[in-house]
Ligand binder design. Sequence first.
Ligand SMILES: [Zn+2]
Length: 487
Amino acid sequence: MIPGFARARLLLPLADPQRDRRIEDGYVLWRGGTILEVGPYDEPTGQRLLAEHGTLDVLGGPSAARAPADLVRHDGVLLPGFVKAHGHDHESPIIGMVKDVPLTAWLDGAVNVFTQFLEEHEQRLREQLGDSPHRVTYLKAKVDDVYYGITSALTHHCNFSKYRVDELVSAAEEAGTRIVVAVGSQDRMYFERLLDRPPQLALDRLDQAWEKHAERERVSIIPGPDQLFSNGPELLRSLKAWARERQTLFHCHSSEELGTTELFKKEFGKTPVQYAAELGILDEETILAHQVQTTPEDLAILRDTGTRVVHNPLANTILGSGMPPLLEMLAAGIPVAISTDGSGSADNQNILAAARLASQYQKALHKDATVLPAQQVLEMITVEAARMLRIDAGSLAPGLAADLVLIDLTRPNLVPTRADNVVENLIWASDGSEARFVVAGGRVLKDDHRIVCVDAAAVGEKVQRLSEELVAYKRAVGSLKGTGAHR
Ligand SMILES: [Zn+2]
């Protein structure tokens, strides 16, 4: 197998022990899905690599390079592919729909209507599209990820999508990205048709997904109860026991908007975090998405149990949920990753924009420009997120996955970029669209700004048709009430 080779004017390995290392003229060498070498490039290095390997397959250059002159240096920055620690792959067809409303109204008016539309009209849509309409939405989500340089994603697969793990895995494998599937469940406080009754249905679904997919190289299966309020205490305990038995992660939305937290206080006399702690489901393998409404007591519980948090600033601000006490979490030593959430609530998968907003918001809130520097938030969408998901990605180092992105530094908004301002420019000056090459598991997914892993134009056209039919359906059914604990 001919090794892959990439070289750029700048390289950010984001690897321990020196995560802030900035290399001028750097290269990455990989074979199959694994990185062999990372470091500064010079001509003797090029000669050595060619002598050792014969030929090299050069990213954006000759596929069988034999001379150092063939080892093209791009005017760009190489860094690890971005790691998305919380998202939903069924939402991209509903971007821009039902905006300027809070979370539950958006769930009822957009997400639930859309997923029910897919369920009810599946057969007709399948014939029209020549593919499962669910799989089409998952492929579109992968196109979005690759467009922005995301090579690994935890997909929280709740709602009607929880029945579609096979199609989700198939879309991710076709696209070539890594996926952690948090298989959804709910047995209360949702509309009737979606409830897992008896709750054993949720565990059976997990078992089936595990049997079919756990052995796949770039797929993980974990329990993903949708919400702490929509899964009863017995079910949450059983799901956590399932995860402990198989040594998997456990993922759940938590404390996103105020109404839910108030419901917990009223019903149980405790916050969602206190409730979860008493159930015994918080530990170092539990990842909570959002955790916006957080009391000082909650912070202590999260710290003491080792619980992880994924912060989704785009969704939290657009839906008016508020923002979590990010600095307090970090000061307490709680591991936090930054993510985008689904495309429906964030309206894009621009994970660099999410990192920027996380920093910008906290600087303004605390009237302190020194907090959350660019390096720190960049780590929270790469190395920290990968550590949280327990995957061998998020850094460029020998032995890790060959998941990388090359950002084009010739775009006007990124000129001038040098070694001393490259991280800052990625966070503050990029518009997210500059990912020129994306490689995942050693496979080129985006080649010179062109998505090559799936037929993005065909997928886009199908999603456009889906969205037009959805609007007609929505006119007929309105909203699907039944989501949201505080009513
Ligand atoms: Zn979410």
